[in-house]
Each structure stands twice: as structure tokens, then as C-alpha cells.
Ligand binder design. Structure first.
Ligand SMILES: C[S@@+](CC[C@H](N)C(=O)[O-])C[C@H]1O[C@@H](n2cnc3c(N)ncnc32)[C@H](O)[C@@H]1O
Length: 284
């Protein structure tokens, strides 16, 4: 079949199996099978596929119909304008996680934070999207990133290497093995309640790593550990910035005691709080 015919037939099959954005998905999968851009498909739509190319596409369509997220099939996801390699060992970076990056960049504008090159720690780095982005956006920063999953750290290291970011990686449980002082501690921790597993999209539930999704039985426990740890590890006037799940912002904010100044949450376009921010009080 030609590219034009293949696209039509792939779109129809994806549609039949209720895959969303079937035409776009067909284009992305075919372009990935041929290692070309989507634009290339339109410029050469009368070219015939080889048997091998057709088989590769077939495998990709089979996976997508079976619920494998498109990002895992093509192996990448855009975050803050850069492409990150992803595989099933890491959460696929979400657009709302970019609020963490924005919050750090904005906090850097304040008087105390803009003076010195900052020390930044990202807990639960996954693909490394936050840590790598911050290292590239703040070139004089010293950035460390931690995860409990060695498989995730492998992906994060690969992304730091391919994007040219200098990040130090460490495998650890939350802040347990940290020895140092930071100006920013950031985290997008697992926050989905186990009881909510059936509400998750099939793609997420069956293919994204559960260690990245699910909180402990008490979904605030991870946040409690982060707040407690950050109280010791942050420099005075340092920031703790954490992503929160739906309806969790108030509960997370209530964890901050007298040592902290709570700052306004960052909300998404629908007005849902996505990022909780607190500043450690400066020494008197
Ligand atoms: C929601 S994902 C966030 C990944 C990435 N930062 C992002 O925003 O796309 C949570 C990450 O925390 C890691 N994680 C889970 N429990 C952890 C723990 N106790 N200590 C450190 N990392 C943990 C998971 O392996 C996962 O990579």
C-alpha cells in the first residue's frame, strides 16, 4: 500500500477501536515506523511501504489498540519545549507539571533568591523532566535529582545526557540519604489513592509505573515526609514546591508549621490548584 492508503486504513482501524485522535495517531505511528516527520508523509504520500515497514506499523497499531500510550510507543514526550525520552519505567510528563518549573523561575526573581547560584533538589525525578529543565533554564544552578526507582533514574540520566544538562542523580527513598543544603526542593510525588485505581484511564492504570502513581494508604504521608525533610535541608528563605492531586491542596498546605510562610498555590486554567509553594522563614 502507499502512504496515503496506509494512513486511511490505519485511521479507520484505530477509530473502530475507539482510539482518540485516530488520524493524528495514525500519522504519528506511521511517521515513527518510517523514521520520518509527519510532514514527510504528505510530501511523499504515493510512496509504497516495504513489507518490513508495514509490519513495524502493524505492531505499533496493535500496541496502541491494546492501550499502550502513544508516548511509550514513540518513546518521547515534550515538556517545557524539549523532548524527553520515556519508557514504561517512568511517568509520562504532564503539562501541569510545568507549573513547578514556572514557580521556581518566578521565585528566582525575588531578591534573596536571585543573588546566588541556587542549589536545587528534585525528589521523585522520573524521566528527569523537572530537574533537567531547571538545569537548562538556570545554567548556574547546581541540580540534584533523586528517585527510589533505579530504572527511572536510568531514563533520567539518559535525558540529562542527550539534552546536555548537568544533573547529579541519586537513588533514595524521599529525602532519606540527603546530606546538604538547598535553595529549592521540588517534587511531583505519587499522589493517587489506591482506592481511585478504577477511575484511572486504562492507559495510565495498565501501563504507567504504579510506584509513580500511587501514594501510601494515607495519601498525605509522602507530603509529610517531604515537608519534614525540607525543613532540615532547605536554606533559610528556601522554597519547597510540590505538585498536588485534585482536592489535596488544603490538606498539603495544612502540613506546614511555624517554620514556613505559605505562598499562593498555582492553579491551572480551570482554577484547580496544582502546585503548593512554601518558603522557609529566614533566620532572625
Ligand atoms: C508522579 S512521578 C513524577 C515523575 C516526574 N518528576 C514527573 O513529574 O513527571 C513520581 C516519581 O517518584 C518516584 N517515587 C515514588 N516513591 C518514592 C520515594 N519514596 N522516594 C523517592 N522517589 C519516589 C517514582 O519512582 C516516580 O518516578
Amino acid at each position: 500500500m502507499t502512504i496515503r492508503e496506509t494512513l486511511r486504513s490505519a485511521t479507520e482501524r484505530l477509530e473502530l477501536h475507539h482510539v482518540s485522535n485516530s488520524r493524528l495517531t495514525a500519522e504519528v505511528l506511521l511517521a515513527h515506523s518510517l523514521s520520518v516527520s509527519r510532514e514527510h508523509l504528505y510530501a511523499h504520500d504515493d510512496r509504497w511501504l516495504t513489507d518490513e515497514e508495514a509490519q513495524t506499523l502493524e505492531n505499533f497499531i496493535y500496541d496502541r489498540i491494546g492501550g499502550v500510550p502513544l508516548q511509550y510507543i514513540v518513546g518521547r514526550q515534550e515538556f517545557y519545549g524539549r523532548y524527553f525520552h520515556v519508557n514504561p519505567a517512568v511517568l509520562i510528563p504532564r503539562p501541569e507539571t510545568e507549573y513547578i518549573v514556572e514557580a521556581v523561575l518566578e521565585a528566582r526573581e525575588t531578591a534573596e533568591q536571585s543573588v546566588c547560584p541556587p542549589f536545587i533538589l528534585d525528589i521523585g525525578t522520573g524521566s528527569g523532566c523537572i530537574a533537567v529543565t531547571l538545569a537548562l533554564e538556570i545554567p548556574d544552578a547546581t541540580v540534584f535529582a533523586a528517585d527510589i526507582s533505579e530504572a527511572a533514574l536510568q531514563v533520567a540520566r539518559e535525558n540529562a545526557g542527550s539534552l546536555g544538562a548537568k544533573v547529579g542523580f541519586v537513588c533514595m527513598d524521599m529525602l532519606d540519604a540527603v546530606n546538604g543544603r538547598f535553595d529549592f526542593i521540588v517534587s511531583n510525588p505519587p499522589y493517587v489513592r489506591r482506592s481511585e485505581i478504577t477511575w484511572l484511564q486504562r492507559e495510565v492504570r495498565e501501563h504507567e509505573p504504579h510506584v509513580a502513581l500511587f501514594a501510601a494508604d494515607d495519601e498525605l504521608e509522602g507530603y509529610r515526609r517531604l515537608v519534614r525533610g525540607a525543613e532540615d535541608m532547605l536554606n533559610p528563605a528556601g522554597f519547597l514546591i510540590m505538585a498536588v492531586g485534585l482536592g489535596m491542596a488544603d490538606g498539603v498546605q495544612a502540613l506546614f508549621g511555624a517554620a514556613w510562610t505559605k505562598l499562593p498555590t498555582r492553579k491551572d486554567l480551570q482554577g484547580i490548584p496544582r502546585t503548593v509553594i512554601a518558603k522557609k522563614k529566614p533566620l532572625r
